[in-house]
Design a protein around this ligand. Structure first.
Ligand code: ATP
Ligand code: LTN
Length: 344
């Protein structure tokens, strides 16, 4: 890479690229929140930065109790990541369990985070409460340590995520700082980057909750593989409010603001500007639905093609894991040396 020096003319200078990492769990179908809050940013960032994207099956294992589902979900998610536009020749796309360094570093992270810190994580509180009578694994509790390992293994400068993940990036920084303080400079401190639009896509039926695959009412969640008829139906049924004036106000009019945000993310126009061009809720719902259908159609086509060639998908994932392992194993060696484990 070229670096700037007074002797180098400006047109020859390219700033150093950032190392970017983000991951997604293979826990079910990808929804519009995942796409607008994270995946779209991953795709846009791949030509500017050095990007690593993991399918975090070990994280999904925290809530997996039946055999056979994890591998199939992982394969389907890989097809979806390539279908939305991640280029396997540019981005490093890998499966977390294929890179064994994640579990080694995760244990070191567990020993660097406190019980109190983990107890304060809102995702753990939400997910353990939602599981009510179900089994709550210790892995669900120590989950942020594994996530910290994912990020620190790759010396990530930036982590593009939706709003809900900011706390996990904060705890990763705290763990990295503590480790560096105890054992000497080892880890790069990452920062979360959230998109201006789509940072939090809300449920169409309960617009004060984030759109989520663990929703109780399926019609509030748009899946990337939904057919156009069901996408339109879900938009037409979206919960709004009782007056009929289109304005962009997230607190007073969460349903309308969400529709405007979605339409804005799909068209590139500002939500406030869009608001002024509508006088009725019905037309806004139809336009938002149609814009989403148009955005999904090429993705769905590529997804089907990719799923028809399983051998090729697995080959792409092997290439990704090899590239990931090179960086990850160097970091684990550095961390072990810093602590002073006895070398083999
Ligand atoms: P869910 O709540 O649906 O189970 P999750 O947060 O567990 O979702 P992942 O599949 O691990 O889902 O998330 C992948 C990415 O999608 C993360 O970066 C997360 O911040 C982002 N994301 C998830 N839901 C939303 C949403 N409603 N709006 C914006 N971004 C979201
Ligand atoms: N916890 C995240 C998924 C996740 C992740 C990561 C995101 C696991 N490891 C590393 C960014 C970086 C979630 O539930 N969305």
């Amino acid at each position: 890479m070229k670096t700037y020096s007074p002797e180098t003319p400006f047109d020859d200078y390219s700033p150093p690229v950032a190392r970017v990492l983000s991951c997604i769990q293979p826990t079910g179908a990808v929804h519009l929140g995942n796409y607008l809050g994270a995946l779209q940013q991953w795709v846009n960032g791949q030509h500017q930065n050095d990007v690593f994207h993991g399918i975090v099956d070990l994280h999904a294992f925290t809530v997996t109790e039946s055999p056979g589902v994890l591998g199939q979900n992982t394969l389907e998610l890989a097809a979806m990541l390539f279908a939305v536009g991640l280029d396997p020749n540019v981005a490093t796309v890998f499966v977390q369990s294929h890179v064994v360094e994640h579990t080694t570093l995760s244990w070191m992270m567990e020993c660097t985070v406190s019980f109190g810190e983990l107890s304060r994580m809102t995702q753990f509180k939400d997910k353990s409460q939602k599981r009510e009578a179900e089994f709550v694994s210790a892995g669900l509790f120590t989950y942020p340590a594994l996530q910290a390992a994912d990020i620190l293994l790759y010396d990530a400068d930036e982590v593009p995520v939706g709003d809900d993940q900011k706390q996990h990036i904060e705890i990763t920084r705290d763990i990295a700082m503590r480790f560096n303080h105890r054992f000497g400079e080892t880890f790069v401190l990452p920062k979360a980057v959230t998109p201006a639009l789509g940072a939090r896509v809300m449920d169409l039926q309960e617009p004060t909750n984030k759109m989520s695959k663990s929703t109780t009412n399926e019609s509030g969640c748009i899946y990337l593989l939904d057919d156009p008829a069901s996408i339109m139906k879900k938009f037409k049924r979206a919960v709004t409010d009782s007056d009929n004036e289109v304005s962009y106000d997230r607190d007073a009019k969460p349903g309308i603001a969400n529709l405007l945000d979605i339409l804005s993310a799909a068209t590139g126009q500002k939500p406030q500007e869009l608001a002024s061009s509508y006088s009725q809720y019905g037309a806004l719902k139809v336009d938002a639905g149609e814009a989403v259908c148009a955005m999904m159609s090429p993705i769905q086509q590529r997804y089907t093609e990719l799923m028809n060639d399983r051998a090729e998908l697995q080959r792409l994932l092997r290439v990704g894991a090899e590239k990931a392992r090179v960086v990850a194993s160097a970091t684990v060696d550095r961390a072990k040396n810093a602590v002073g484990f006895l070398p083999e």
